[in-house]
Ligand binder design. Sequence first.
Ligand code: AHR
Length: 512
Amino acid sequence: MKKGWIVVALTAVVPLCAQEVTTMQIRPQEGEQLIRKEIYGQFAEHLGTCIYGGLWVGENSSIPHTNGYRNDVLQALKELKVPVLRWPGGCFADEYHWRDGIGPKANRPKMVNNNWGGTVEDNSFGTHEFLNLCELLGCEPYISGNVGSGTVEELAEWVEYMTAEQGSPMAKLRKENGREQPWKVKYIGVGNESWGCGGNMRPEYYSDLYRRYATYCREYNGNRLYKVASGASDYDYGWTETLMKNVGHRMDGLSLHYYTCVGWTGSKGSATDFSDEDYYWTMGKCLEIEPVIRKHIAIMDTYDPKKQIGLLVDEWGTWWDEEPGTVSGHLYQQNTLRDALVAALTLNVFHRYADRIRMANIAQIANVLQAMILTKGDRMVLTPTYHVFEMYKVHQDALFLPFSLNGAKKVVRHDRIVPLVSATASRDKEGTIHLSLANIDLQQTQTVEVSLDGLRAKRVGGRVLTAPDVREHNTFDRPNAVVPQTFGGAEIRNGLLQITLPAKSIVTLTLH
Ligand code: AHR
């Protein structure tokens, strides 16, 4: 064993008391890759009640707010340290015309949100409202530009409106609308799902459009843009290949969308009412993101061996049936401990490929798909997924510590093989080591032993997220059914960190 290695032994207790030891070897001296905080990015689309009701209630609302942004949600998001927020879509982005969302609200035209339930969009939340929200949250904005139904001129002028300091027609218009200084906008998406709702294009055609649209996204006053091409869905490796070949280093980033959805029965299935088999299928489908990412990265490596182009998983998460009784097309779903485990497992995977994955944006921030937050009138509830993001924030911008993990596995539907324990480790800027571990086994506790050889750790503290049932979720009447608890199952004894990892749980530990 190399000096300085941390050895983690994970014991998966299988039925009939058979014991299989899982070992995890952390190699801190090999850590060289930062887990960019942008991997903890969020996504807010004009879809259902994500924006209206979720983030924004308007200046005249009786719900407590700051300049129209609801205070409870603002506070909860500040706690999360949201690093980047993608907006206005999604599919909505390719029908969005930014000029409709600026100027006096009474003059803003209405439109029909064709993608999402035909809801009438009044454009009261537009460019100013979004970019000011990012300033309030202290996060980077990630603008998703309209290529599907918008013109080159329109996108070019949007960039100018947001980022040009003075002397240009768009800067003048912005100032007339009350914003003197330009905003800082770094990330610009050139289209979204251009193979589908963003224009049903072929990759060759989109590549040419990307080159054209991106050319006119100008950099004003030293504002450096990070231009993102609309990337593949899931297993569409041909799309990645064609874009790498035809666009290459004209893009800074290439996106990828991967949803954990459509169960083995062919339907998406209920968010809360699922069988144990459904649950294990979900874990398998979620973890399949790893080989998918690996294949996209292998293609990117061929054209970009220096890894200059980032892979941005700018939509990911679970996608279940809409909650009964909610508006069709609004993608409102509940969120259980199962979703929390999907979040933890996926973030663990992203950490391992941090040398290529520069950003990820879970879909979506409020009231849509795998949301952080659910709202109803003036009430707000934090989901189990929110709590994972909050527990994992210690890994933002920390150094990823490589490790190997060998342990018990389970075969689930579609012959996917899933490890029962998933883990990650990082060292933050102060030198503190954080471990996160998830046990997906519905019944069995895992005993974990961490060798502290070469480490000065004397104390360990941590929190655990679990519940008696994996279907457990937070509601407006029971908002604390699934919340992190102080974890008493870890102790340091005789140079060993010993952990008892409960069934269906997520634990984050800090070594002091
Ligand atoms: O997140 C919901 C939708 O999923 C987005 O609008 C679209 O990009 C994707 O298909």
